[in-house]
Design a binder for this molecule. Sequence first.
Ligand SMILES: Cc1cc2nc3c(=O)[nH]c(=O)nc-3n(C[C@H](O)[C@H](O)[C@H](O)COP(=O)(O)O)c2cc1C
Length: 337
Amino acid sequence: MNLWNLMRPLLFKMDAEQAHRWTLEKIDDYPDLINNFLRITSYLPTPDQAVEVAGLRFASPIGLAAGLDKDGEGIPVWESVGFGFVEVGTVTAHPQQGNPQPRLFRLADEEGIINRMGFNNLGSEALMHRIIALRELNMWPSIPVGANVGKSKITPLEDAGNDYRTSISRLQGLVDYFTVNVSSPNTPGLRDLQSAENLKKLLDVALPAAENTPVFVKFAPDMNANDLQEAIDAVIEMGVSGIIGTNTTNSRPFGTDRYGETGGLSGDPLWSLAREQIQYILQVVDGRVPVIGVGGVNSPERAQTLLNMGCAAVQLYSALIYKGPWLISEMNRQIKR
Ligand SMILES: Cc1cc2nc3c(=O)[nH]c(=O)nc-3n(C[C@H](O)[C@H](O)[C@H](O)COP(=O)(O)O)c2cc1C
């Protein structure tokens, strides 16, 4: 889409976080205008592209990954971009500012992103109110909306279960699925929650709050094979409905090390690591629950690769920054079941 060739340089002139904020504010200010414009210019999924995942009907297997729309400001418009499902959050039980800025960096040459946002969000209570308002205003989309929940920074790791439980209880009945995020690298200690033992404790407390709403668990690409296998077996035994892999990486593939910023790396440089980890996740899961693949998906071909490997659906974030929202139309045109 040529329009993106015009828009991208303007957005890239702004600081990365400023461009992100500006875009979400415009969406929040003019949802009808932006919706109409997107609907005219986007190619939406056809009914035969719908997939069933954990009992939910995704309009297509392509979804928005968590982190772009933490507070749900864009909920009314993502469907018009052509997404088949969307994940908002991460939200935490307590509102929090996140890490000091700058904390979001474009790796323009590599089409990657490094972020150490640290779960800046208005909190799960604010998201609950936003969702109730959107539903009352008839601005709720027809595609499934999931809420990704994480641990508040001020909550000690021992109390993590209650923190997740609080957010899930507030949003229960308002969203279509939950993702328990234990894999973001920017909350100290969070990834310790990925061990089988800690996940069992956490889910024991948090899972009942979801009642009949499907719960997915999202893992990092940096876990070793043994720990990951134990963790996956544990969460499936506990009754989770699916696995999402992967989050951003702490590692620095060649070429990205020169940026010297700490935080999670995503986008094109994550692709080969994520794909390998997703392959392993699929092998361990062995069809017991659906797997949603994410990490470096930036073309219809890559999305198709993950689907062909056995993923029930895929998500993306970073490629939207580099390729623009009409990338989703291209995927809808080309992806085959
Ligand atoms: C700026 C930024 C913020 C993110 N925030 C979150 C988050 O809050 N929760 C989460 O589970 N994943 C978060 N992610 C990870 C993405 O959901 C995704 O797993 C990862 O970026 C890999 O996909 P991608 O290469 O398509 O971006 C974030 C990613 C980026 C780039």
